[in-house]
Write a protein that binds this ligand. Structure first.
Ligand code: AMP
Length: 574
């Protein structure tokens, strides 16, 4: 097991990171970001990379792998002024979105050191990239195609590169980048350090590793097998939501579940503080608990929670570790935990003393793989569900009001109130009087409903050759729904529509059904989230919700339409 004990709580200084040999400036940055301790992949990877070894890391998004390679990489950058015009580190990633994300992360972690970072990817103006490259950039994060473009034009020199990272290598191969990768690696110095990260290690990846990595250390976070039956029996549900809708989704789920006492886990201190503030702003009684708080503050919070003065405890793993709370009705993972055993520890806090426990996880579309890993390791199913709609919530609230009324009726002692009913009954129908009374109780007990629609995204379908367990989409895998595509009733939504350009059209035999099928089955969005579809001879344009367009692009890029890989991007005319 990779479970960690660093004395648990209250150490407020990210000591775990310093122990790994991380530069004090980066440790300070991580503390400021609210990271309390390294994740398992970070704990295993960082010392190996700092020693200069090559590495194969088997880790999915959400495990903290970006920091795992970015931190050692930053520490290898020579900041002596004379060295700066040369690119010293290169990270290759499959998509534009990931290039931007990784560049942001590297920039964030390296801020104190003053390291310069540039993402380069197709679709972005090459002139701008050229200007920055000419000035000199320490770390380049690139998609393989565009990196190769620059290498051929001699606008990106890799002669001084000391570190190369291949991130999501399996995705890059799936997208047909194998040759590009080899060409790029061939134009870097052979004494470079190479790290390869991949969620799966099929034979093709192993072959690349064999050719380009020297005596690599292999690290797989998920390698420890959970002993069957160690995971607690609790109802486990996950909701897949875009980051921008997480808070609203959490509110919905909490209102639906009406927990009596819930522990909500976040990854960082900063998230704990922000979420606590937002939830209190929305009328919940939430208290924060994290490693940056004094013992006295923590005791106060726990007292409030035990006395039911607070119904939600928002905490980091570190802060929750030493807690002794018995009466939790729910555990909520605001983020998917970075490892399966952390998940098991978290959810094990509910469902004690013979009561049914509920574990809820909010996952971003990219994190679905992490969920599947957890399922595989715990051998328990996590049901993926859609976020309750505003209408579901209204129905549920009425149900709760009805239950309260039932209790009141059963308890009796209503004589004093019958007078009022009698007085009104000469003027109104008894049924109406009762309904009005319920309206009053209901109005007083339920907060103003949040009517905004939350786009529903469910997990992309896993490909069977990777996991051996193909999951059926929610509609039971029925085929495309071409006949209704133009008339399909669309829910009224408040999110804006983005236009998706797909580089195949009528000439390639594409029909609306193929596009709807690819999007609903592969990406997992509901079909009502798809707007109008135009099919031209050589391309098609599909309207989809802006919030999830990037996720759709990412998934469609690694899949095929009519058996072919096609160009998928935002429509420029949008
Ligand atoms: P990644 O797997 O690299 O995509 O990271 C997933 C998320 O975890 C990102 O939002 C990171 O900011 C966050 N993260 C990475 N390392 C840690 C850590 N040690 N503690 C808390 N959050 C982290």
């Amino acid at each position: 097991m990779t479970s960690i004990s660093n004395g648990g709580s209250g150490d407020g200084n990210s000591a775990g990171f310093a122990d790994l040999g991380i530069d004090s400036r980066i440790v300070a940055t991580l503390t400021a970001l609210g990271y309390e301790e390294p994740t398992p992949i970070q704990r295993q990877t960082i010392p190996v990379l700092l020693r200069g070894r090559d590495l194969i890391g088997q880790a999915a998004t959400g495990t903290g792998k970006t920091a795992a390679f970015a931190i050692p990489l930053l520490q290898r950058i020579d900041l002596t002024p004379g060295k700066r015009p040369n690119t010293q580190a290169l990270v290759l990633v499959p998509t534009r979105e990931l290039a931007m994300q990784v560049a942001q992360a590297v920039h964030r972690y390296g801020k104190e050191m003053g390291v310069s970072v540039l993402p380069i990817y197709g679709g972005q103006s090459i002139e701008q990239q050229l200007r920055v490259l000419r000035r000199g950039v320490d770390v380049v994060i690139a998609t393989p195609g565009r990196a190769l473009d620059h290498i051929k034009r001699r606008t990106l020199s890799l002669a001084q590169v000391k570190v190369v990272v291949l991130d999501e290598a399996d995705e890059m191969l799936d997208m047909g980048f194998a040759e590009d990768l080899e060409a790029i690696l061939d134009s870097t110095p052979s004494e470079r350090q190479t790290a390869l990260f991949s969620a799966t290690i099929p034979a093709r990846i192993a072959a690349i590793a064999q050719k380009y990595l020297t005596n690599p250390v292999r690290i797989a976070v998920e390698s420890e097998r959970m002993v069957e039956g160690t995971a607690p029996r609790v109802r486990q549900t996950a909701y897949i939501v875009a980051r921008s809708h997480k808070l609203a989704a959490l509110g919905r789920v909490l209102d639906m579940e009406a927990p009596t006492a819930a522990l909500v886990f976040c990854r960082t201190r900063t998230e704990v503080d922000q979420l606590t503030e937002s939830l209190n702003g929305r009328g919940y009684r939430a208290e924060a608990l994290h490693g940056g708080m004094s013992q006295e503050q923590r005791d106060r919070v726990m007292r409030r929670f035990r006395d039911n003065a607070a119904e939600l405890l928002i905490a980091t793993d570190v802060a929750a570790r030493g807690l002794d709370i018995e009466h939790l009705s729910h555990v909520v993972n605001y983020d998917v935990p970075s490892a399966a055993d952390a998940y098991v520890h978290r959810i094990g806090r509910t469902g004690r003393a013979g009561r049914e426990g509920v574990a809820i996880t909010l996952a971003e579309p990219r994190e679905h793989r992490l969920l599947r890993n957890i399922e595989r390791l715990t051998k328990q199913r996590i049901e993926v569900s859609t976020v309750p709609t505003a209408a579901d919530l209204r129905a549920r609230r009425l149900e709760l009001t009805q239950a309260t009324l039932r209790e009141t009726l059963l308890a009796g002692g209503l004589d004093n109130f019958r007078v009022a009913v009698k007085a009104l009954s000469s003027e109104f129908d008894i049924m109406d009087i009762a309904a009005a009374a319920i309206k009053l109780v209901h109005g007083a007990s339920s907060a103003e409903a949040d009517h905004a629609d939350i786009p529903s995204v469910s997990a992309p379908r896993e490909r069977s050759e990777r996991t051996g367990t193909e999951r059926k989409p929610r509609d039971g895998g029925r085929g495309p729904k071409s006949e209704t595509h133009s008339k399909r009733p669309r829910r009224k939504t408040e999110w804006s529509v983005a236009r998706l350009y797909v580089g195949a059209g009528r000439k390639a035999g594409v029909r609306p059904a193929d596009l709807v099928g690819a999007i609903t089955n592969e990406v997992g969005v509901d079909s009502w989230a798809i707007g109008s579809i135009e099919i031209a001879d050589r391309f098609s344009v599909v309207e989809v919700p802006e919030e999830i367009v990037d996720d759709i692009i990412e998934v469609l890029r690694s899949t095929t339409i009519k058996g072919k890989r096609v160009l998928v991007r935002r429509d420029r005319e949008a």
